[in-house]
Design a protein around this ligand. Structure first.
Ligand SMILES: Nc1nc2c(ncn2[C@@H]2O[C@H](COP(=O)(O)OP(=O)(O)OP(=O)(O)O)[C@@H](O)[C@H]2O)c(=O)[nH]1
Length: 269
């Protein structure tokens, strides 16, 4: 649902981000996707995890960020959309588990009122949108990816590159392959959407949830591994590991190819 602008300003105050976001989202009603999917329907009141994932939409003006956010928020175009503001919270069920998302469509909004530094620091995941009909917006997406990498050097935050307006076939300036290649180079996930046709919008936000969860799970597994008692490795095992590294180095090209195959699969790391 749309969130009041004043709440949003309070939410963006340093130190208040997490608490404010969590509070607002927890109070929001659970909505169904505009397009039907049994997997995504919220199950009403449930006791599942209520932690809120903050998702920021970045991208050049006019690429369709608001259109995507409104579909997520279940807000129709027209006066309702005008009144909606720039933030949408909603719970969705992905892979049988409920997740609360707060989607922020605040990038370069309101005359730059929202500081880019804040935006880059606050997200649990980022959706960088370009329009497949606008090469300039594609280049801007790469710039944003670089900026984001700089801002979040130590964090493994999921980034999904989105080529929107895929319905505008005749005016396409960026091919599917170019989008995919860019995602591989910049180490992020990739999907093409059409907000106009509601195509892949649901897959996008479900993918965001999966990407956040995959990182959370692998972080937890790493922490468990480190906390556990480390068994002493035999010399044979060490040699095996060493050889494994060499093989891995030699097969970098293969890895690149494998990555370009998986960059559009939002359900794997
Ligand atoms: N054909 C088509 N038009 C779209 C699509 N997504 C958005 N649009 C149109 O593109 C225009 C810009 O969309 P917005 O959602 O306002 O784009 P934005 O990125 O939020 O733009 P700013 O608010 O300026 O940053 C609007 O006229 C939308 O109706 C799409 O998938 N296909």
């Amino acid at each position: 649902m749309p969130v009041d602008e004043r709440d949003l300003q309070a939410a963006l105050a340093p130190g208040a981000l997490a608490t404010a976001a969590a509070g607002t989202a927890a109070q929001g009603p659970r909505l169904d996707w505009p397009e039907s999917s049994s997997d995504s329907l919220s199950s009403g009141d449930s006791d599942s995890d209520e932690s809120v994932y903050k998702v920021l939409l970045l991208g050049a003006p006019g690429v369709g960020k608001s259109a995507l956010a409104r579909i997520f928020g279940g807000v129709e175009d027209g006066p309702e959309a005008e009144a909606a503001g720039h933030t949408y919270d909603r719970s969705i069920v992905v892979d049988g588990e409920e997740a609360s998302l707060m989607v922020y469509d605040i990038w370069e909004q309101d005359g730059g009122h929202w500081l880019p530094g804040h935006c880059m620091a606050m997200g649990d995941a980022y959706v960088i949108v370009y329009s497949v009909t606008d090469k300039g917006s594609f280049e801007k997406a790469s710039e944003l990816r670089v900026q984001l990498r700089r801002a979040r050097q130590t964090d493994d935050v999921p980034i999904i590159l989105v080529g929107n307006k895929s319905d505008l076939v005749r005016s396409r300036e960026v091919s599917l392959d170019e989008g995919r290649a860019c995602a591989v180079v910049f180490d992020c996930k990739f999907i093409e959407t059409s907000a106009a046709l509601h195509h892949n919008v649901q897959a996008l936000f479900e993918g965001v949830v999966r990407q956040i969860r995959l990182r959370r799970d692998s972080k937890e597994a790493n922490a468990r591994r480190q906390a556990g008692t480390r068994r002493r490795e035999s010399l044979g095992k060490k040699a095996k590991r060493f050889l494994g590294r060499i093989v891995a180095r030699n097969s970098r090209k293969m890895a690149f190819r494998a990555k370009s195959k998986s960059c559009h699969d939002l359900s794997v790391l």
